[in-house]
Design a protein around this ligand. Structure first.
Ligand SMILES: Cc1ncc(COP(=O)(O)OP(=O)(O)O)c(N)n1
Ligand SMILES: Cc1nc(C(=O)O)sc1CCOP(=O)(O)O
Ligand SMILES: [Mg+2]
Length: 212
C-alpha cells in the first residue's frame, strides 16, 4: 500500500455534516477537491449505523482514490476493509489493534504531550495525531490546548509522520506545516460549510503554499 498522505485529513462528524447522507456528500466533494484522507468519527453511533455508513463511504472513497480511516472501531475497519484505524490514548492499545488488523493496515495514535510521544510504539503505528493545537468545540473531552509553541516542541521530538488537529481553520495552516506537521486534520473547517469545494481547495492551496 502507498504510504498515507496526511496533507489534508478530513474527520467526518455526523452532527456537523448532516447524518449519513450529509457525510457521504461531504466526503465526495472534499475528496474531489483536495482532501487526501477521510476519517469516519461518530462517537454517539451504534454499530449498525457505523457499518452502514462505513460501507458506503468505503465504496465512494475507493472511486475517488482516497483512503478511509475508521475512528476507534477496529471491527468496523476490518468489516469494510478500510485503510486503517485512528486510536486515542484511552482506546484499544496499538498492540492489540495491530494483532487484530495484521501488518498492512494503517494505525494512527492521538498524542498531546511528550509523555504520549515517548509511549508511542514506533514499530506498531504509522502516524500520530497531535492536538488540540487550538481550542475546539467539536470534541468536548479533548485534552488541554497545546498552542503553537508546544506544538513545535512536539514536532521536534516526533519520530513518525504527524498530523495537527484541533481548531484549525483557513489562514492558520502555514505555521503548523513550518513547525514540522506532515498535514492538518480538520472537522468544522469543512463539515457543515456551505461551499465544500471552495473551502477544501483553499485549505489544500494553503498547505501547498506553506511547503513551497
Ligand atoms: C487525526 C486524529 N487525531 C486525533 C483524534 C482524536 O482521537 P481520540 O483522542 O481517540 O478521540 P476521539 O476522536 O475518539 O473522540 C482523531 N480522532 N483523529
Ligand atoms: C477529533 C478531534 N481530536 C482532537 C484532538 O486534539 O485529539 S481535536 C478534535 C476535533 C477537531 O475538530 P475541529 O477541526 O472542528 O476543531
Ligand atoms: Mg478515540
Amino acid at each position: 500500500m502507498n504510504p498515507l498522505d496526511l496533507s489534508l485529513y478530513l474527520v467526518l462528524d455526523p452532527d456537523l455534516c448532516g447524518g449519513h447522507n450529509g457525510m457521504l456528500d461531504t466526503a465526495r466533494l472534499a475528496a474531489r477537491h483536495g482532501v487526501t484522507v477521510v476519517q469516519l468519527r461518530a462517537p454517539k453511533w451504534k454499530k449498525r449505523q457505523w457499518l452502514q455508513t462505513a460501507t458506503a463511504l468505503k465504496a465512494l472513497l475507493d472511486q475517488e482514490g482516497v483512503p478511509l480511516i475508521i475512528n476507534d472501531q477496529v471491527d468496523i475497519a476490518l468489516a469494510v476493509d478500510a485503510a486503517g484505524v485512528h486510536l486515542g490514548q484511552a482506546d484499544l492499545p496499538p498492540e492489540t489493534a495491530r494483532r487484530l488488523l495484521g501488518p498492512n493496515k494503517i494505525i494512527g495514535l492521538s498524542t498531546s504531550n511528550v509523555a504520549h510521544l515517548g509511549g508511542a510504539p514506533l514499530d506498531l503505528i504509522d502516524y500520530i495525531g497531535v492536538g488540540p493545537v487550538y481550542a475546539t468545540t467539536t470534541k468536548l473531552d479533548a485534552e488541554p490546548v497545546i498552542g503553537l509553541e508546544q506544538f513545535g516542541v512536539l514536532m521536534g521530538a516526533k519520530r513518525l509522520p504527524a498530523v495537527a488537529i484541533g481548531g484549525i481553520k483557513a489562514g492558520m495552516i502555514a505555521p503548523l506545516i513550518k513547525a514540522g506537521a506532515d498535514g492538518v486534520a480538520v472537522v468544522s473547517a469543512i463539515c457543515g460549510q456551505t461551499d465544500i469545494p471552495l473551502v477544501t481547495r483553499a485549505l489544500s492551496d494553503e498547505i501547498a503554499g506553506a511547503r513551497a
